[in-house]
Design a protein around this ligand. Sequence first.
Ligand code: ADP
Ligand code: MG
Length: 589
Amino acid sequence: MSAATDSTTFKSSWVEGLVSSYSRLVAPVPDAHGVLSARSPEQGRVSVVIGGGCGHYPAFAGLVGPGLADAAVVGEVFTSPSAEQVYRTARAVDGGAGVLFSFGNYAGDVMHFGLAARRLAAEGVDSRTVLVTDDVASGSAQEIEARRGVAGGFFVFKIAAAAAARGYDLDGVARVAARANAMTRTFGAAFDGCTLPGQQEPLFTVPEGTMELGLGIHGEAGLRRVPAQDPAGLADVLVDTLLPELPAGATGRTAVLLNGLGQTPYEDLFICYGRVHRRLADAGLTPHRPEVGEFVTSLDMAGLSLSLLVLDDELADLYDEPCQTPAFTSAPAAADAVPEPRRAPRPGAAAGTAPRTADTPAAGGGAAAEALAAALAAVEAHEQELGRLDAVAGDGDHGQGIVRGLRAAVAAARGADPGDTADATGRALLLAGTALADAAGGASGALYGLLLTEIGGGLLEAGPVPVTAELLAPAVDAAFHAVCELGGGAVGEKTMLDALAPFRDTLLTHARAGTPLAAAWADAAAAATSAARATADMPAKRGRAARLGERGQGHADPGATSLALMATAVAGVLDGRSPTPADPVPESR
Ligand code: ADP
Ligand code: MG
């Protein structure tokens, strides 16, 4: 949330944007802070009105449209809408068959919706209210009705609206909505708090390396703080908490909602869901139309929640009802009949061999494999630091990318014929370079991949002779030119070229002097290391980094740093000693 956001106009501004972008589905309530379905009211049909404070999009206004809510009343951030707003919104969508109100169990909402219901009754408009109480963290199982409503409200709204669409009367809609709520349980975790519009500080923070279990959706901290888990580990915590909470005798089909709270990557949600799916299956539950995404957020909170709705036949049938809203569309049931996915053969299964990965290296590959393995160990030890350097001006992925690439390179080199001659080393480097570029991706993946294949190509031509500085230096020189050409870069632009150039120069000098390879390489690696350090004082001239101007200064270039690390590690191998070089990673100033 940007502190520049104007809190006084926040609500009206975003609602205006919502109704103008999705005018095919929703319209503003003419005289209230509310959003109504473009198809409502429908005469003779029950209307479903949801709502609450804003800051939770898609709840509630994003869940309005044909097949889902008829209208949503929009309060200020995390604040109940007023009775007047609820009343006006309900009047706007009433089709004469009554109004079903559903919203989270919070005192302000209960009071304002309650007042509106009384006023409507006095005017002859019938209404029922179903409170959402799905959050297991907010009260004991003995007093379920005291619990607050969180992401599971989506199930309740969806089922109520489906019943209304099918022509259930008001009591019928209220009955299935209440049943959906009674069968729904939610538990969540927060990794970081959220910041109100116009504020500088988050409502709460979660210390690095920890997470809060059992959070609320209004910046309430959780039940307890535990060490942070990866998304799959978190799946176990959520499932283990919810299973004993499920309504008694629960077996069979279960609607599942894995909800992101606003700042959690969808990829993490899917990783978590994959584990949830297996765990539910192990517990004898069949996920029915699982949904993974954002349904009830808390502004920019980082975290997620898991909601389970134990279905009976009627609830399952209603849950399948198609709908279309700005945030959520559910296709007709016919679209469910997708063919069983074909199972891909397991890699290596046909040949009866395990696939070769960096974790299961084959022996062999000779000097090239040994050198690359040492380079890998060096960048692995500095993966975080390389990522941090890349994050100064880039996207922070350099450490991960180069480690991934070198793992593949080592595996590929180990698969080559063993041997320390120039041609054997060349062949291994050709394989390694191709594998590195494929696995690492990114600019550095392409450039390092090319560097290896070019050196490999140069050595291969030399045939079955020992690798010497005289042989290697021209191959490195050619590789340097190829990397310049591919990247369109030049020395002095704060890239890996600034480390590669002095490395190449030193090697060429020693080659001319007839220095033995190990000594020549060690000197070249030292030159690369001091040049990499010196990139800290250079202004960036390429890409995004260049636009940062001075900001990047004081930090070494990640590519130059990784190149120096690798060269130093290889020097250790060539010297025939275990690599204990001086740490060439420059301190960030
Ligand atoms: P990406 O930029 O695709 O995220 P990485 O983060 O893995 O790739 O690598 C960034 C490094 O790649 C930079 O620090 C720089 O040394 C190097 N690099 C990027 N572009 C070029 C280029 N055109 N020429 C030379 N080196 C480059
Ligand atoms: Mg990067």
